[in-house]
Design a protein around this ligand. Structure first.
Ligand code: XMP
Length: 505
Protein backbone atom coordinates (compact mmCIF):
# COMPACT_ATOMS: atom_id res chain seq x y z
CA UNK A 1 0.00 0.00 0.00
CA UNK A 2 1.33 3.39 -1.04
CA UNK A 3 0.33 6.68 0.56
CA UNK A 4 0.05 9.88 -1.47
CA UNK A 5 0.00 12.96 0.72
CA UNK A 6 -2.04 15.65 -0.95
CA UNK A 7 -1.11 19.31 -0.71
CA UNK A 8 -3.91 20.41 -3.02
CA UNK A 9 -2.16 20.06 -6.37
CA UNK A 10 -4.27 19.79 -9.49
CA UNK A 11 -2.09 16.77 -10.36
CA UNK A 12 -2.54 14.70 -7.20
CA UNK A 13 -5.14 12.40 -8.75
CA UNK A 14 -2.82 11.87 -11.70
CA UNK A 15 -0.09 10.58 -9.38
CA UNK A 16 -2.55 8.02 -8.07
CA UNK A 17 -3.55 7.00 -11.58
CA UNK A 18 0.06 6.50 -12.67
CA UNK A 19 0.75 4.41 -9.58
CA UNK A 20 -2.34 2.29 -10.25
CA UNK A 21 -1.19 1.79 -13.84
CA UNK A 22 1.79 0.00 -12.34
CA UNK A 23 -0.69 -2.37 -10.64
CA UNK A 24 0.20 -0.87 -7.29
CA UNK A 25 -2.51 0.08 -4.83
CA UNK A 26 -2.33 3.60 -3.43
CA UNK A 27 -4.42 5.95 -1.38
CA UNK A 28 -4.60 9.76 -1.35
CA UNK A 29 -4.93 11.46 2.03
CA UNK A 30 -4.89 15.16 2.87
CA UNK A 31 -1.48 16.23 4.23
CA UNK A 32 -3.04 17.17 7.57
CA UNK A 33 -5.02 14.00 8.18
CA UNK A 34 -2.51 11.22 8.60
CA UNK A 35 -3.54 7.94 10.18
CA UNK A 36 -1.84 7.34 13.52
CA UNK A 37 -0.44 4.02 12.39
CA UNK A 38 1.58 4.23 9.19
CA UNK A 39 3.03 0.74 9.31
CA UNK A 40 0.79 -0.43 6.45
CA UNK A 41 2.41 1.99 4.03
CA UNK A 42 5.44 0.77 2.14
CA UNK A 43 6.11 4.11 0.47
CA UNK A 44 4.94 7.72 0.64
CA UNK A 45 4.69 10.28 -2.17
CA UNK A 46 4.32 13.98 -1.40
CA UNK A 47 2.28 15.86 -4.02
CA UNK A 48 2.73 19.32 -5.45
CA UNK A 49 0.79 22.31 -4.17
CA UNK A 50 -0.47 25.70 -5.31
CA UNK A 51 1.24 27.25 -2.25
CA UNK A 52 4.78 28.47 -1.80
CA UNK A 53 6.82 26.95 1.03
CA UNK A 54 8.00 30.49 1.83
CA UNK A 55 4.53 31.95 2.35
CA UNK A 56 2.47 32.17 5.51
CA UNK A 57 -0.04 29.84 3.92
CA UNK A 58 2.54 27.07 3.44
CA UNK A 59 1.09 23.69 4.35
CA UNK A 60 3.05 21.86 7.06
CA UNK A 61 2.86 18.09 7.05
CA UNK A 62 4.02 16.09 10.05
CA UNK A 63 6.82 14.02 8.53
CA UNK A 64 8.21 12.73 11.81
CA UNK A 65 6.94 9.20 11.25
CA UNK A 66 7.79 9.23 7.54
CA UNK A 67 11.08 10.88 6.66
CA UNK A 68 13.95 8.46 7.14
CA UNK A 69 11.53 5.74 8.26
CA UNK A 70 9.44 4.97 5.16
CA UNK A 71 10.73 5.39 1.58
CA UNK A 72 9.55 8.81 0.46
CA UNK A 73 9.38 10.58 -2.89
CA UNK A 74 8.76 14.32 -2.65
CA UNK A 75 7.36 15.91 -5.81
CA UNK A 76 7.54 19.65 -6.57
CA UNK A 77 6.15 21.34 -3.41
CA UNK A 78 7.36 18.28 -1.49
CA UNK A 79 10.88 18.71 -2.87
CA UNK A 80 10.85 22.40 -1.98
CA UNK A 81 9.42 21.69 1.45
CA UNK A 82 12.28 19.31 2.25
CA UNK A 83 14.82 21.81 1.00
CA UNK A 84 13.33 24.78 2.86
CA UNK A 85 12.78 23.11 6.23
CA UNK A 86 15.72 20.71 6.34
CA UNK A 87 18.70 22.97 5.88
CA UNK A 88 18.51 24.14 2.26
CA UNK A 89 17.18 27.29 0.61
CA UNK A 90 14.20 28.03 -1.60
CA UNK A 91 13.82 31.36 -3.38
CA UNK A 92 11.58 32.86 -6.04
CA UNK A 93 13.00 31.95 -9.45
CA UNK A 94 13.96 34.65 -11.93
CA UNK A 95 11.91 33.08 -14.66
CA UNK A 96 8.71 31.15 -14.17
CA UNK A 97 9.62 27.54 -14.75
CA UNK A 98 6.67 26.10 -16.52
CA UNK A 99 6.40 23.50 -19.28
CA UNK A 100 8.71 21.02 -20.93
CA UNK A 101 12.40 20.74 -20.02
CA UNK A 102 15.12 18.15 -20.48
CA UNK A 103 17.33 16.47 -17.90
CA UNK A 104 20.81 17.27 -19.20
CA UNK A 105 22.48 15.80 -16.15
CA UNK A 106 21.36 12.51 -14.63
CA UNK A 107 23.36 10.81 -11.87
CA UNK A 108 23.92 7.09 -11.86
CA UNK A 109 21.21 6.27 -9.36
CA UNK A 110 18.56 3.60 -9.10
CA UNK A 111 15.84 6.32 -9.21
CA UNK A 112 16.83 7.00 -12.81
CA UNK A 113 17.30 3.38 -13.91
CA UNK A 114 16.32 3.11 -17.61
CA UNK A 115 15.67 6.85 -17.84
CA UNK A 116 17.68 8.12 -20.84
CA UNK A 117 19.88 11.22 -20.86
CA UNK A 118 17.91 14.31 -21.94
CA UNK A 119 14.65 12.73 -20.86
CA UNK A 120 11.81 15.24 -21.15
CA UNK A 121 10.14 16.35 -17.92
CA UNK A 122 7.26 18.67 -17.03
CA UNK A 123 7.97 21.65 -14.77
CA UNK A 124 5.33 23.73 -13.04
CA UNK A 125 6.65 25.94 -10.24
CA UNK A 126 7.54 29.54 -9.51
CA UNK A 127 9.98 29.00 -6.61
CA UNK A 128 13.29 27.29 -7.11
CA UNK A 129 15.59 25.25 -4.85
CA UNK A 130 18.75 27.35 -4.49
CA UNK A 131 20.60 25.04 -2.13
CA UNK A 132 19.89 21.44 -1.25
CA UNK A 133 18.98 20.36 2.27
CA UNK A 134 21.47 18.75 4.66
CA UNK A 135 23.05 15.48 3.52
CA UNK A 136 21.54 15.78 0.03
CA UNK A 137 23.12 14.49 -3.16
CA UNK A 138 22.22 16.02 -6.49
CA UNK A 139 20.65 13.50 -8.90
CA UNK A 140 19.50 15.51 -11.93
CA UNK A 141 19.49 18.97 -13.51
CA UNK A 142 17.95 20.77 -16.44
CA UNK A 143 19.33 23.83 -18.21
CA UNK A 144 17.34 26.22 -16.00
CA UNK A 145 16.86 24.12 -12.89
CA UNK A 146 20.09 22.87 -11.36
CA UNK A 147 18.44 21.12 -8.42
CA UNK A 148 15.86 19.13 -10.35
CA UNK A 149 16.27 15.94 -8.30
CA UNK A 150 18.13 14.89 -5.16
CA UNK A 151 18.25 12.24 -2.49
CA UNK A 152 19.14 12.33 1.18
CA UNK A 153 22.18 10.28 2.04
CA UNK A 154 21.50 7.41 4.42
CA UNK A 155 17.72 7.54 3.90
CA UNK A 156 15.35 6.31 1.24
CA UNK A 157 14.25 9.91 0.75
CA UNK A 158 14.08 11.24 -2.81
CA UNK A 159 12.90 14.56 -4.17
CA UNK A 160 12.13 15.78 -7.67
CA UNK A 161 11.20 19.26 -8.81
CA UNK A 162 9.37 18.09 -11.95
CA UNK A 163 6.08 16.19 -12.22
CA UNK A 164 6.56 12.52 -13.13
CA UNK A 165 2.78 12.03 -13.11
CA UNK A 166 2.18 14.38 -16.03
CA UNK A 167 2.09 12.74 -19.42
CA UNK A 168 4.70 15.16 -20.81
CA UNK A 169 7.27 13.69 -18.44
CA UNK A 170 8.03 10.92 -20.90
CA UNK A 171 9.78 8.63 -18.41
CA UNK A 172 7.65 9.59 -15.44
CA UNK A 173 6.05 6.18 -15.04
CA UNK A 174 9.47 4.51 -15.21
CA UNK A 175 10.72 6.85 -12.50
CA UNK A 176 7.73 6.08 -10.27
CA UNK A 177 8.34 2.40 -10.86
CA UNK A 178 12.01 2.76 -9.92
CA UNK A 179 11.04 4.45 -6.70
CA UNK A 180 8.18 2.18 -5.74
CA UNK A 181 9.44 -1.19 -6.93
CA UNK A 182 13.24 -0.95 -6.91
CA UNK A 183 13.74 1.39 -3.98
CA UNK A 184 10.71 0.77 -1.76
CA UNK A 185 10.19 -2.88 -2.72
CA UNK A 186 6.44 -2.52 -3.31
CA UNK A 187 4.70 -5.46 -5.04
CA UNK A 188 2.89 -4.92 -8.35
CA UNK A 189 -0.03 -7.11 -7.40
CA UNK A 190 -3.08 -4.82 -7.64
CA UNK A 191 -4.91 -6.45 -10.55
CA UNK A 192 -8.66 -6.64 -11.29
CA UNK A 193 -8.75 -10.32 -10.28
CA UNK A 194 -6.91 -9.64 -7.05
CA UNK A 195 -9.26 -6.73 -6.34
CA UNK A 196 -12.33 -8.90 -6.92
CA UNK A 197 -11.07 -11.69 -4.69
CA UNK A 198 -10.06 -9.40 -1.87
CA UNK A 199 -13.20 -7.24 -2.09
CA UNK A 200 -15.62 -10.16 -2.15
CA UNK A 201 -13.93 -11.65 0.91
CA UNK A 202 -13.99 -8.25 2.65
CA UNK A 203 -17.69 -7.77 1.84
CA UNK A 204 -18.54 -11.19 3.23
CA UNK A 205 -16.82 -10.40 6.49
CA UNK A 206 -18.28 -6.94 6.80
CA UNK A 207 -21.87 -7.88 5.93
CA UNK A 208 -22.14 -11.42 7.29
CA UNK A 209 -25.74 -12.61 7.12
CA UNK A 210 -27.24 -9.12 6.98
CA UNK A 211 -29.18 -7.66 4.07
CA UNK A 212 -28.10 -4.95 1.65
CA UNK A 213 -30.32 -2.72 -0.49
CA UNK A 214 -28.86 -1.04 -3.54
CA UNK A 215 -30.27 1.28 -6.18
CA UNK A 216 -29.29 0.19 -9.69
CA UNK A 217 -29.21 2.90 -12.31
CA UNK A 218 -28.23 0.99 -15.44
CA UNK A 219 -24.84 2.70 -15.31
CA UNK A 220 -21.43 1.10 -14.97
CA UNK A 221 -20.71 1.91 -11.32
CA UNK A 222 -23.89 0.67 -9.69
CA UNK A 223 -23.87 -2.43 -11.89
CA UNK A 224 -20.31 -3.42 -11.02
CA UNK A 225 -20.99 -2.70 -7.34
CA UNK A 226 -24.07 -4.94 -7.50
CA UNK A 227 -22.24 -7.80 -9.19
CA UNK A 228 -19.49 -7.70 -6.56
CA UNK A 229 -22.05 -7.68 -3.75
CA UNK A 230 -23.99 -10.45 -5.44
CA UNK A 231 -20.83 -12.55 -5.58
CA UNK A 232 -20.27 -11.93 -1.90
CA UNK A 233 -23.75 -12.32 -0.40
CA UNK A 234 -26.04 -13.57 -3.20
CA UNK A 235 -29.74 -13.29 -2.44
CA UNK A 236 -29.18 -11.07 0.58
CA UNK A 237 -28.54 -8.30 -1.92
CA UNK A 238 -31.79 -6.56 -2.85
CA UNK A 239 -31.45 -4.36 -5.92
CA UNK A 240 -34.02 -1.75 -6.83
CA UNK A 241 -34.15 -0.30 -10.32
CA UNK A 242 -36.47 2.69 -10.55
CA UNK A 243 -38.04 3.87 -13.77
CA UNK A 244 -38.38 7.64 -13.37
CA UNK A 245 -39.98 7.88 -16.81
CA UNK A 246 -36.99 9.90 -17.98
CA UNK A 247 -34.80 7.08 -19.24
CA UNK A 248 -33.90 6.42 -22.87
CA UNK A 249 -36.32 4.62 -25.15
CA UNK A 250 -37.03 1.03 -23.92
CA UNK A 251 -34.17 1.38 -21.46
CA UNK A 252 -36.11 0.33 -18.37
CA UNK A 253 -37.21 -3.01 -19.81
CA UNK A 254 -33.95 -3.76 -21.63
CA UNK A 255 -31.73 -3.07 -18.66
CA UNK A 256 -34.05 -4.90 -16.29
CA UNK A 257 -33.89 -7.97 -18.53
CA UNK A 258 -30.13 -7.70 -18.59
CA UNK A 259 -29.95 -7.53 -14.80
CA UNK A 260 -32.18 -10.57 -14.49
CA UNK A 261 -29.95 -12.38 -16.96
CA UNK A 262 -26.98 -11.64 -14.74
CA UNK A 263 -28.67 -13.41 -11.85
CA UNK A 264 -29.15 -10.28 -9.76
CA UNK A 265 -31.96 -10.16 -7.23
CA UNK A 266 -33.56 -7.07 -8.76
CA UNK A 267 -36.96 -5.43 -8.54
CA UNK A 268 -38.03 -3.02 -11.26
CA UNK A 269 -40.26 -0.23 -9.98
CA UNK A 270 -42.13 1.87 -12.50
CA UNK A 271 -42.66 5.22 -10.78
CA UNK A 272 -43.15 7.28 -13.93
CA UNK A 273 -46.36 8.85 -12.69
CA UNK A 274 -44.95 9.94 -9.35
CA UNK A 275 -42.07 11.68 -11.12
CA UNK A 276 -44.30 13.29 -13.74
CA UNK A 277 -46.64 14.63 -11.08
CA UNK A 278 -43.74 16.11 -9.15
CA UNK A 279 -42.34 17.72 -12.29
CA UNK A 280 -45.60 19.18 -13.57
CA UNK A 281 -45.20 22.86 -14.32
CA UNK A 282 -41.55 23.08 -13.20
CA UNK A 283 -39.26 24.92 -15.61
CA UNK A 284 -36.20 25.81 -13.57
CA UNK A 285 -33.40 23.24 -14.02
CA UNK A 286 -32.42 23.16 -10.35
CA UNK A 287 -36.06 22.81 -9.26
CA UNK A 288 -36.44 19.91 -11.67
CA UNK A 289 -33.30 18.26 -10.32
CA UNK A 290 -34.46 18.71 -6.73
CA UNK A 291 -37.91 17.32 -7.45
CA UNK A 292 -36.45 14.27 -9.14
CA UNK A 293 -33.96 13.72 -6.32
CA UNK A 294 -36.71 14.02 -3.73
CA UNK A 295 -39.10 11.63 -5.44
CA UNK A 296 -36.31 9.16 -6.05
CA UNK A 297 -35.55 9.02 -2.35
CA UNK A 298 -39.25 8.65 -1.52
CA UNK A 299 -39.68 5.79 -3.98
CA UNK A 300 -36.49 4.12 -2.90
CA UNK A 301 -37.39 4.46 0.75
CA UNK A 302 -40.85 2.97 0.19
CA UNK A 303 -39.27 0.00 -1.56
CA UNK A 304 -36.49 -0.43 0.99
CA UNK A 305 -39.06 -0.55 3.79
CA UNK A 306 -40.65 -3.57 2.10
CA UNK A 307 -37.43 -5.49 2.64
CA UNK A 308 -37.47 -6.80 6.19
CA UNK A 309 -34.56 -5.71 8.32
CA UNK A 310 -32.14 -4.51 5.69
CA UNK A 311 -29.17 -3.01 7.51
CA UNK A 312 -26.83 -1.90 4.72
CA UNK A 313 -27.15 0.51 1.82
CA UNK A 314 -24.92 -0.40 -1.11
CA UNK A 315 -23.58 2.44 -3.23
CA UNK A 316 -21.53 2.70 -6.41
CA UNK A 317 -19.38 5.57 -5.13
CA UNK A 318 -16.01 5.70 -6.89
CA UNK A 319 -12.65 7.14 -5.86
CA UNK A 320 -12.79 10.61 -7.46
CA UNK A 321 -15.98 11.32 -5.43
CA UNK A 322 -14.25 10.16 -2.28
CA UNK A 323 -11.17 12.27 -2.97
CA UNK A 324 -13.30 15.33 -3.56
CA UNK A 325 -15.18 14.81 -0.35
CA UNK A 326 -12.04 14.49 1.82
CA UNK A 327 -9.85 16.88 -0.13
CA UNK A 328 -7.70 19.61 1.44
CA UNK A 329 -8.50 23.22 0.71
CA UNK A 330 -7.10 24.16 -2.64
CA UNK A 331 -8.03 24.04 -6.29
CA UNK A 332 -8.74 20.32 -6.53
CA UNK A 333 -11.54 20.74 -3.99
CA UNK A 334 -14.29 21.71 -6.40
CA UNK A 335 -17.37 19.72 -5.54
CA UNK A 336 -20.15 19.12 -8.03
CA UNK A 337 -23.60 19.53 -6.61
CA UNK A 338 -24.63 16.18 -8.03
CA UNK A 339 -21.88 13.91 -6.81
CA UNK A 340 -22.77 10.74 -4.96
CA UNK A 341 -21.04 10.96 -1.61
CA UNK A 342 -23.27 11.75 1.33
CA UNK A 343 -26.42 10.81 -0.59
CA UNK A 344 -27.88 9.01 2.41
CA UNK A 345 -31.14 10.58 3.54
CA UNK A 346 -31.38 11.11 7.30
CA UNK A 347 -34.44 8.98 7.68
CA UNK A 348 -32.77 5.90 6.32
CA UNK A 349 -30.64 4.66 9.15
CA UNK A 350 -28.57 2.21 7.15
CA UNK A 351 -24.87 1.50 7.25
CA UNK A 352 -23.12 2.22 3.98
CA UNK A 353 -21.16 -0.27 1.93
CA UNK A 354 -19.22 1.03 -1.09
CA UNK A 355 -17.24 -1.71 -2.82
CA UNK A 356 -15.80 0.65 -5.46
CA UNK A 357 -14.80 3.55 -3.26
CA UNK A 358 -11.09 3.05 -3.97
CA UNK A 359 -11.35 2.66 -7.76
CA UNK A 360 -11.04 5.07 -10.65
CA UNK A 361 -13.57 4.81 -13.47
CA UNK A 362 -11.30 2.91 -15.85
CA UNK A 363 -10.51 0.47 -13.06
CA UNK A 364 -14.23 -0.07 -12.45
CA UNK A 365 -14.56 -1.04 -16.11
CA UNK A 366 -11.64 -3.46 -15.89
CA UNK A 367 -13.04 -5.01 -12.74
CA UNK A 368 -16.41 -5.27 -14.51
CA UNK A 369 -14.76 -7.05 -17.43
CA UNK A 370 -13.00 -9.49 -15.12
CA UNK A 371 -16.41 -10.21 -13.55
CA UNK A 372 -17.73 -11.13 -17.00
CA UNK A 373 -20.15 -8.19 -17.34
CA UNK A 374 -21.29 -7.52 -20.92
CA UNK A 375 -18.76 -5.17 -22.61
CA UNK A 376 -21.66 -3.24 -24.11
CA UNK A 377 -22.97 -2.40 -20.65
CA UNK A 378 -19.49 -1.48 -19.43
CA UNK A 379 -18.94 0.79 -22.42
CA UNK A 380 -22.16 2.76 -22.03
CA UNK A 381 -21.99 6.52 -22.14
CA UNK A 382 -22.60 8.34 -18.86
CA UNK A 383 -26.23 9.36 -18.43
CA UNK A 384 -27.32 11.95 -15.86
CA UNK A 385 -29.49 10.90 -12.93
CA UNK A 386 -32.30 13.35 -13.85
CA UNK A 387 -32.21 11.81 -17.31
CA UNK A 388 -34.12 13.44 -20.14
CA UNK A 389 -35.61 15.98 -17.74
CA UNK A 390 -32.50 18.15 -18.11
CA UNK A 391 -32.47 17.65 -21.87
CA UNK A 392 -36.02 18.92 -22.27
CA UNK A 393 -35.56 22.63 -21.74
CA UNK A 394 -38.44 24.08 -19.78
CA UNK A 395 -41.37 22.09 -18.44
CA UNK A 396 -41.72 18.34 -18.85
CA UNK A 397 -44.66 16.43 -20.27
CA UNK A 398 -44.93 12.76 -21.15
CA UNK A 399 -45.39 13.70 -24.79
CA UNK A 400 -42.16 15.68 -24.84
CA UNK A 401 -40.35 12.78 -23.20
CA UNK A 402 -41.69 10.36 -25.82
CA UNK A 403 -40.65 12.65 -28.64
CA UNK A 404 -37.13 13.13 -27.28
CA UNK A 405 -36.78 9.39 -26.68
CA UNK A 406 -37.45 8.81 -30.39
CA UNK A 407 -34.92 11.42 -31.47
CA UNK A 408 -32.29 10.18 -29.00
CA UNK A 409 -32.77 6.56 -30.10
CA UNK A 410 -32.19 7.45 -33.76
CA UNK A 411 -29.03 9.36 -32.85
CA UNK A 412 -27.57 6.70 -30.54
CA UNK A 413 -28.46 3.81 -32.86
CA UNK A 414 -26.86 5.74 -35.71
CA UNK A 415 -23.65 6.24 -33.72
CA UNK A 416 -23.52 2.51 -33.04
CA UNK A 417 -24.24 1.52 -36.63
CA UNK A 418 -21.49 3.79 -37.92
CA UNK A 419 -18.91 2.60 -35.38
CA UNK A 420 -18.86 6.05 -33.77
CA UNK A 421 -20.38 5.23 -30.39
CA UNK A 422 -17.12 4.23 -28.72
CA UNK A 423 -15.32 7.23 -30.15
CA UNK A 424 -17.64 9.53 -28.24
CA UNK A 425 -17.59 9.94 -24.46
CA UNK A 426 -21.19 11.07 -24.15
CA UNK A 427 -23.94 11.82 -26.64
CA UNK A 428 -27.58 12.76 -26.55
CA UNK A 429 -30.33 14.93 -27.93
CA UNK A 430 -31.86 18.06 -26.47
CA UNK A 431 -35.41 19.25 -27.04
CA UNK A 432 -35.47 23.03 -27.39
CA UNK A 433 -38.40 25.11 -26.18
CA UNK A 434 -38.85 26.85 -29.53
CA UNK A 435 -40.77 26.15 -32.69
CA UNK A 436 -39.39 26.96 -36.10
CA UNK A 437 -40.98 27.30 -39.50
CA UNK A 438 -40.48 24.65 -42.15
CA UNK A 439 -42.12 23.30 -45.28
CA UNK A 440 -43.34 19.81 -45.96
CA UNK A 441 -44.86 19.31 -49.43
CA UNK A 442 -46.98 22.39 -49.93
CA UNK A 443 -47.60 22.81 -46.24
CA UNK A 444 -45.98 25.26 -43.91
CA UNK A 445 -44.94 23.56 -40.63
CA UNK A 446 -44.29 25.14 -37.27
CA UNK A 447 -42.61 22.49 -35.15
CA UNK A 448 -39.94 21.71 -32.57
CA UNK A 449 -36.16 22.08 -32.90
CA UNK A 450 -33.82 19.43 -31.47
CA UNK A 451 -30.09 19.77 -30.86
CA UNK A 452 -27.65 16.88 -31.04
CA UNK A 453 -24.62 16.85 -28.74
CA UNK A 454 -21.58 14.56 -28.77
CA UNK A 455 -18.50 15.25 -26.68
CA UNK A 456 -15.06 13.82 -26.06
CA UNK A 457 -13.87 13.88 -22.47
CA UNK A 458 -12.11 11.83 -19.83
CA UNK A 459 -14.00 12.78 -16.71
CA UNK A 460 -16.71 15.24 -17.73
CA UNK A 461 -14.89 18.17 -16.14
CA UNK A 462 -13.76 19.43 -19.53
CA UNK A 463 -15.09 18.33 -22.91
CA UNK A 464 -14.64 18.98 -26.61
CA UNK A 465 -17.43 18.72 -29.13
CA UNK A 466 -16.80 15.81 -31.48
CA UNK A 467 -16.30 16.46 -35.20
CA UNK A 468 -18.88 13.92 -36.36
CA UNK A 469 -18.75 13.37 -40.14
CA UNK A 470 -21.11 15.64 -42.16
CA UNK A 471 -22.52 12.61 -44.00
CA UNK A 472 -23.43 11.02 -40.70
CA UNK A 473 -25.07 14.21 -39.41
CA UNK A 474 -26.98 14.54 -42.68
CA UNK A 475 -28.31 10.99 -42.46
CA UNK A 476 -29.35 11.36 -38.82
CA UNK A 477 -30.98 14.72 -39.42
CA UNK A 478 -33.04 13.32 -42.32
CA UNK A 479 -34.07 10.30 -40.31
CA UNK A 480 -35.18 12.39 -37.34
CA UNK A 481 -37.18 14.86 -39.39
CA UNK A 482 -38.82 12.12 -41.47
CA UNK A 483 -39.60 9.77 -38.63
CA UNK A 484 -40.31 11.90 -35.61
CA UNK A 485 -43.54 13.77 -36.04
CA UNK A 486 -43.37 17.20 -34.44
CA UNK A 487 -39.70 17.92 -35.22
CA UNK A 488 -38.80 19.91 -38.33
CA UNK A 489 -35.27 21.10 -37.58
CA UNK A 490 -32.06 19.52 -36.22
CA UNK A 491 -28.98 21.47 -35.12
CA UNK A 492 -25.58 20.27 -33.91
CA UNK A 493 -23.99 21.72 -30.79
CA UNK A 494 -20.42 22.91 -31.50
CA UNK A 495 -19.59 24.26 -28.03
CA UNK A 496 -16.87 22.90 -25.79
CA UNK A 497 -16.69 22.83 -22.01
CA UNK A 498 -15.69 25.29 -20.70
CA UNK A 499 -17.34 27.67 -21.29
CA UNK A 500 -20.43 25.62 -22.23
CA UNK A 501 -21.42 22.62 -20.07
CA UNK A 502 -22.16 19.19 -21.48
CA UNK A 503 -25.84 19.29 -20.57
CA UNK A 504 -27.90 22.31 -21.59
CA UNK A 505 -29.50 22.61 -18.16
P1 XMP B 1 -22.15 19.25 -17.17
O1 XMP B 1 -23.45 19.54 -17.83
O2 XMP B 1 -22.05 19.78 -15.77
O3 XMP B 1 -22.08 17.68 -17.03
O4 XMP B 1 -20.98 19.65 -18.03
C1 XMP B 1 -20.96 16.95 -16.64
C2 XMP B 1 -21.36 15.49 -16.50
O5 XMP B 1 -22.28 15.36 -15.41
C3 XMP B 1 -23.53 14.86 -15.89
N1 XMP B 1 -24.58 15.58 -15.16
C4 XMP B 1 -25.31 15.04 -14.17
N2 XMP B 1 -25.29 13.80 -13.65
N3 XMP B 1 -27.02 14.44 -12.18
C5 XMP B 1 -26.16 13.50 -12.64
O6 XMP B 1 -26.18 12.36 -12.16
C6 XMP B 1 -27.10 15.71 -12.66
O7 XMP B 1 -27.88 16.53 -12.21
C7 XMP B 1 -26.18 16.03 -13.71
N4 XMP B 1 -25.94 17.15 -14.43
C8 XMP B 1 -24.97 16.86 -15.31
C9 XMP B 1 -23.55 15.12 -17.37
O8 XMP B 1 -24.40 14.22 -18.05
C10 XMP B 1 -22.08 14.95 -17.73
O9 XMP B 1 -21.75 13.59 -17.87
Amino acid sequence: NVLILDFGSQYTQLIARRVRELNIFCEILPYNNLPVDLTDFKAVILSGSPYSVRSNEALHPDLSEIKGKIPMLAVCYGAQYLAHFFGGEVAPSDTREYGRANLDFIADDILFKDVPQNSQVWMSHSDTIKTLPKNAVLLASTKDVKNAAYKIEGEKTYAIQFHPEVYHSTDGTQLLKNFLVNIAGVQQDFTPNAFVEETVEGLRQKIGKEKVVLALSGGVDSTVAAVLLNKAIGKNLYCIFVNNGLLRKNEFQNVLNQYNGMGLNVKGVDATERFMNALAGLEDPEKKRKAIGRVFIEVFDDEAKLIDDATFLGQGTIYPDVIESISVKGPSATIKSHHNVGGLPDFMKLKIVEPLRMLFKDEVRRVGASLGIDPELLGRHPFPGPGLAIRILGDITQEKVRLLQEVDAIFIEGLKEHGLYNKVWQAGAILLPVNSVGVMGDERTYEKVVALRAVASTDGMTADWVHLPYEFLMEISNKIINKVKGVNRVVYDISSKPPATIEWE
